[in-house]
Design a protein. Structure first.
Lengths: 352, 516
């Protein structure tokens, strides 16, 4: 599209790519210090992520929910909101999706699948909207409220799979959802299956890109995120947009939870989100809140994690991946600090 | 040049101080002479360069050119530490205190006394009590700052400066935040400090204060010194003249106005500022279609709160705002905009523009959900770009590239974008605040002409400006605001800048007539 966007994207891409490169170099130095050969380690990492069909499928299936939680956090950032509660929204979204999923057995797939997906998104959206409402009308900071809501979500999840929503047999899991609500697999190799949920994530990238770049909602949300004073001046309601942005962010996280229910497990396992909500923060940072960047960042993080087992077998501790990830985030974040500082300096000079 | 001159009788001498900011010459070869143990006022309108000058004395910014002598010795002051070492202390307009800490904790901040590993406040507490007694600065060392009234907080700032050994005190508009009672108390303190040998530089624009407490005055205007006088040998009238300049430099060609119906009425308006103090105190005014009503006044007398209340950005405590015969006191900014109220805001980077949005996005701010630009869900990007290309051409925005981000434009061109946008919405009333602040002459002329042509098309304009010249050359009626109230209404052709200057300093129009 426009030149301005190209300019920003270029700068962003350079920062992200440099960060990744430097982090790989630093990790290599660490490996040398503990007496390991980094070339061997990286070769193993690469083989582990892309070397076999199973690896690629595994990698894609890990990427899929990370794209969604990354988009969730990234969308929040666009509105100036730090949604740390993607984890809770994943859990509540998955719960609602699974609950609806057990009730749609008599419906054809073209009804049950949309119903389940909508349920999951509504679950995540409502959960996030609580924090949005508290921020917009009570001034409670979303970082605090979303963290607290994460715990509430975990307790709810653990309660329902051990009580009202438990499948017979004493194991903490829900009954299976209706077959008509499950996403079909594209292919299976042994125990690994590539589910069609990957398309949901790819579609979400396009939809979020469209919302941000092409819609009035995107315009308002960005205006509030960039400069709430000017937004208010322009007649844009800050409260409404904070809630809306939180709800959209939560819907994306809820969708991430939903895809795990309908595409991977076929039932609800309580707090199954693991850390995917928090990974969303990492991914949004590396992807610099750009939907396409987030897609690539999710794939990167998933790849180094998938490959890490193979690296472990090659004799380099799996934890090296955490180091790489940490350094990337640090560099992306500090680059932002440097950029922000530069801006501030310029502004001060003008203001004085 | 100055090598053989003896400055030893002066506490502070600044010679040829020049400071340039992007697009602005903030200080232009400024000279300042302050004798030992005197109270010296620096007066001037907003933007005259007073604070800039003092920030250079205190090392907050470095001069581009010029020399500073303290007690006759040339000093290079690179940062506030150098200034403190030279026994200079500064009390800023905005206090630099930690609200949650006590008086004594604030005062020792940065050089905390310790005994072994422990915080030893007792000695500091005693020193503070001594200072309090010595200068009549009564204050309880253990009070928490946030519980104290503003006047007391200011005392803490003064003690903090004295505690660090200052002999030369710079006070930047110290009375701006004080009640008359607190102001009197402050003056007592300043006299006591002076009698014990301290030198005080006092920045203000309130002329009665200058007359009340100072020995000599340096007047600044647009970055230059326009007068140095002994207080005993001058009058508020003369000072006002030097402050605002006798002649109107920028004349705008305009015909007489043909005002129509009253379009805006403000009745007994009371508005509070952020700290909960009343800033607009029962103010009433009217604006008719096709006229420009100018509000003259020194910054900080309620102008910001007044404009924000009229445009819906700030809550009204009491009183009414009537626009097009409808009570809009509690309408949202959006509703007011839809009714035809345009707004050129005082702070273009805070309210007027989104710096990180491209120009074509900034052009639709406020109208982005109008059917012209949005079908309800999607933005009509093509139409928006076409609209923006037209505006950029019509208003000669440079460079004429609508994909540039707001922050990549110069101040003048940013202002053109805002003015173009507000005019394009076809308003019937325009609230215009500080429309030419920081702009060069060319841009100022353009904005002025635009405002006049809007007036001639029948738009009612309320113009708020700190530039008296601007008020005089554009307005059909002039209201002067002082401490949230209107001091009087005059017509520019039937009054003088001195008269308005005096009203800006708190004299009522009736009082002026009595004097004359």
């Amino acid at each position: 599209m426009g030149n301005w966007k190209k300019y920003i994207l270029n700068e962003k891409i350079i920062i992200s790519l440099l960060s990744i490169l430097i982090s790989l170099l630093v990790a290599a130095i660490v490996m040398l210090m503990i007496g390991k050969n980094p070339l061997v380690a990286y070769a193993a990492l690469f083989y582990g992520a892309f070397g076999t069909k199973e690896a690629i499928i595994d990698n894609l299936m890990k990427t899929s929910p990370l794209i969604l939680t990354g988009l969730a956090v990234g969308f929040g950032f666009r509105a100036g909101l730090f949604n740390i509660g993607a984890n809770g929204q994943v859990i509540i979204g998955a719960l609602l999706a699974a609950y609806v999923g057990t009730m749609v057995a008599s419906y054809p797939f073209y009804l049950s699948i949309p119903l389940v997906m909508v349920a999951g998104m509504v679950g995540g959206a409502l959960w996030a909207a609580i924090a949005g409402w508290l921020k917009a009308y009570r001034g409670a900071h979303e970082v605090i409220t979303t963290i607290m809501l994460n715990y509430v979500a975990i307790f709810i999840a653990n309660y329902v799979v051990n009580g009202p929503f438990q499948a017979p047999g004493g194991v903490p899991k829900s009954p299976a959802i209706a077959y008509s609500a499950q996403f079909p697999n594209i292919m299976s190799i042994g125990a690994t299956s590539l589910s069609t949920i990957i398309f949901v994530s790819l579609a979400a990238i396009v939809v979020v890109y469209g919302i941000i770049q092409k819609t009035t909602i995107g315009y308002e949300v960005k205006a509030v995120g960039f400069n709430p004073y000017a937004a208010e001046y322009g007649g844009i309601s800050i409260g409404k947009n904070v809630m809306l942005a939180m709800a959209i962010s939560g819907a994306l996280a809820g969708l991430a939870g939903t895809t795990q229910v309908v595409g991977v497990y076929g039932r609800y396992f309580g707090a199954l989100g693991g850390t995917m909500g928090f990974d969303g923060i990492t991914i949004a940072l590396i992807g610099q809140n750009d939907p396409i960047g987030i897609g690539l960042a999710a794939f990167l993080i998933s790849s180094i994690r998938t490959g890490s087992n193979q690296m472990q077998i090659a004799g380099v501790p799996k934890d090296m991946v955490t180091i790489i990830q940490g350094i990337i985030i640090f560099l992306v974040a500090t680059n932002r600090i440097i950029k922000t500082l530069k801006l501030r300096k310029r502004k001060e000079a003008v203001e004085l | 040049m100055d090598k053989n001159v003896d400055y030893s009788e002066y506490a502070v001498v600044m010679r040829g101080i020049t400071k340039r900011f992007p697009g602005v010459l903030a200080n232009d070869r400024v000279d300042l002479f302050v004798k030992k143990s005197e109270i010296h006022a620096i007066v001037g309108e907003n933007g005259a360069g007073k604070t800039t000058l003092m920030n250079q004395l205190y090392g907050l910014i470095r001069p581009d050119d010029g020399k500073i002598y303290i007690n006759g010795v040339e000093k290079i002051i690179k940062d506030p530490n150098d200034a403190i070492a030279a026994k200079i202390g500064m009390v800023h307009q905005h206090f630099m205190l930690v609200d949650r800490l006590s008086v004594v904790e604030n005062i020792v901040l940065g050089q905390e006394p310790v005994r072994g590993p422990f915080f030893a406040l007792n000695r500091a507490r005693k020193e503070i009590k001594d200072l309090s007694r010595k200068f009549g600065l009564t204050v309880d060392p253990d009070s928490i700052i946030e519980d104290m009234p503003v006047g007391m907080q200011q005392r803490v700032e003064i003690i903090k400066v004295l505690y660090r050994g200052a002999e030369i005190l710079v006070l930047d508009e110290p009375t701006a935040v004080l009640t008359p009672q607190e102001t009197n108390e402050l003056f007592e303190i300043l006299r006591s400090l002076k009698s014990q040998g301290k030198t005080i530089i006092f920045i203000t624009h309130k002329l009665n204060e200058v007359m009340a407490i100072t020995e000599s005055v340096t007047v600044m205007r647009l970055g230059r010194v326009t007068g140095v006088v002994k207080t005993s040998q001058t009058s508020p009238r003369e000072l006002a003249n030097m402050m605002v300049g006798r002649e109107v430099l920028l004349t705008v060609e305009k015909n007489s106005a043909h005002p129509g119906d009253e379009i805006l009425q403000v009745k007994d308006l009371i508005v509070k500022e952020n700290r909960g103090i009343k800033a607009v105190k029962g103010l009433s005014l009217t604006v008719r279609s096709g006229e420009i009503v100018g509000i003259a006044g020194v910054a900080g007398n309620g102008q910001t709160e007044l404009t924000e209340a009229i445009t819906g950005l700030r809550k009204v405590e009491s009183g009414k705002i009537i626009f097009k015969k409808e009570d809009i006191t509690n309408f949202s900014p959006k509703k007011r905009r839809e009714m035809g109220m345009g707004h050129i805001p005082e702070d273009r980077l805070k309210h007027g523009l989104i710096k990180t949005f491209p120009i074509y996005y900034n052009f639709i701010l406020g109208e982005h959900d109008d059917p012209k630009f949005s079908d309800g869900v999607f933005l009509k990007i093509k139409d928006i770009r076409k609209f923006s290309e037209d505006l950029v051409k019509k208003f000669d925005v440079r460079p004429p590239k609508i994909d540039l981000l707001g922050m990549n434009l110069s101040g003048g061109n940013q202002q053109k974008v805002i003015v173009a946008r507000e005019i394009a919405f076809d308003p019937v009333l325009m609230i215009v605040s500080q429309p030419t602040r920081g702009l060069d002459v060319g841009a100022i002329e353009f904005i002025h002409k635009t405002l006049i042509s809007m007036r001639d098309k029948g738009i009612g304009i309320l113009l708020i400006s700190m530039e008296l010249e601007e008020i005089f050359s554009l307005s059909d009626r002039i209201l002067t605001i002082y401490e949230g109230q209107i001091m009087g209404e005059v017509r520019p052709e039937k009054t003088t800048t001195e008269a308005v200057g005096l009203m800006m300093a708190g004299h009522k129009l009736e009082d002026l007539h009595q004097e004359a």
